[in-house]
Each structure stands twice: as structure tokens, then as C-alpha cells.
Design a protein around this ligand. Structure first.
Ligand code: GDP
Ligand code: MG
Length: 162
């Protein structure tokens, strides 16, 4: 069985961009419209010799009240079936209330969760990522999914323990 890695996070943080980079597929919808990817989307990822199943999700919106409402069923199912969860946040946007709601949910799961600050291209990644330590999910891993920066290191860190 290949390990299953789920990408979760509020819309527009770059989940589908990372999915497409790792699966080299055009199947996941990447757009400037938040929430466009509505369903879980599976891809077989092959990256520098690492193989795993990647699950893209589109369903966590920060607008509803309460974490059960915030986490769409697709995302909850994706988290359930994953060996590893990559929780993406937007380093440019900073911590949002949706991020806090998702983090609160993920901390209660008996899952390995990695916090990933995306879009660190062209900004000071260390200082822009610092505030995400307040989400209390441990280290903040920095990537630029659109350009591939940090992606190899992310995979080494997250897949090695499996
Ligand atoms: P999703 O809703 O989480 O799946 O986010 P998408 O993958 O659709 O990306 C949302 C927007 O962020 C798109 O306009 C992407 O081009 C942009 N984006 C994704 N990754 C990066 C990145 O590493 N750097 C920058 N600057 N923009 C990115
Ligand atoms: Mg998407």
C-alpha cells in the first residue's frame, strides 16, 4: 500500500497547485476562484523516487460557524483516510480565522499533521511564516508550490517517517 497524503486548508492557499506539481496532472482545477475544486481528487504522485497517493480537497470554507460546518465532508473523509495530512496556509495572507478553525480540528485528530506555509516566493519566508507557530501544530514548513521551492524538502520531511 502506498502512503496516502491529504492536502487540506482553506480555499486559495495553493492545494491544487501543489497537487498538480506532484502528480503532473492537469486534472485538479487550479484557479483564482476560491473553492473551485469541489471534490476529493486522487492522484498518484511520483517525485524524485518517492511514491504516494495524494488527495486534493476543496471543501473547507472559513465562513460557516463551528468546525463541523467549516470542514466539508470531503475534507473530513480525506483526513480520515490519510496517513499524513499537509495543512496548507498562505504565507502572504497570514493567519486567518479559517486557519485557526482548521488547526483546532486537526489538533484533535490522531494523525500526523504538517503545517505548510505556501507562497513564500518573493517574500521573507521566515518572518512571514513566524505567526503560524501560533496555530500550535509545530514547525512551519515553507514552500512555493507554484515554483517548486521547498517541495523536495517537504516530501523528505513528511514521507520519511512512514
Ligand atoms: P486551492 O484553492 O488551495 O486549491 O489553491 P490553488 O492551487 O487553486 O491556488 C490559488 C491561487 O494561488 C492561484 O492563483 C495560484 O496560482 C496561486 N498560488 C499557488 N501556489 C503559489 C505559490 O507558490 N506562489 C504564489 N505567488 N502563488 C501561488
Ligand atoms: Mg483547489
Amino acid at each position: 500500500m502506498l502512503p496516502v497524503v491529504a492536502l487540506v486548508g482553506r480555499p486559495n492557499v495553493g492545494k491544487s497547485t501543489l497537487f498538480n506539481r506532484l502528480t503532473r496532472s492537469r486534472d485538479a482545477l487550479v484557479a483564482d476562484f476560491p473553492g473551485l475544486t469541489r471534490d476529493r481528487k486522487y492522484g498518484q504522485a511520483k517525485y524524485e523516487g518517492l511514491q504516494f497517493i495524494l488527495v486534493d480537497t476543496g471543501g473547507i470554507s472559513g465562513d460557516e460557524q463551528g468546525i463541523d460546518a467549516e470542514m466539508a465532508e470531503q475534507s473530513l473523509l480525506a483526513i480520515d483516510e490519510a496517513n499524513v495530512v499537509l495543512f496548507l496556509v498562505d504565507a502572504r495572507a497570514g493567519v486567518t480565522s479559517a486557519d485557526i478553525g482548521i488547526a483546532n480540528h486537526l489538533r484533535k485528530q490522531n494523525k500526523k499533521v504538517y503545517l505548510v506555509a505556501n507562497k513564500v516566493d518573493g517574500i521573507d519566508g521566515d518572518s512571514e511564516s513566524a505567526e503560524f507557530y501560533s496555530l500550535a501544530l509545530g514547525d512551519v514548513l515553507q514552500i512555493a508550490a507554484a515554483h517548486g521551492r521547498g517541495v523536495q524538502q517537504l516530501l523528505n520531511t513528511t514521507l520519511e517517517p512512514l
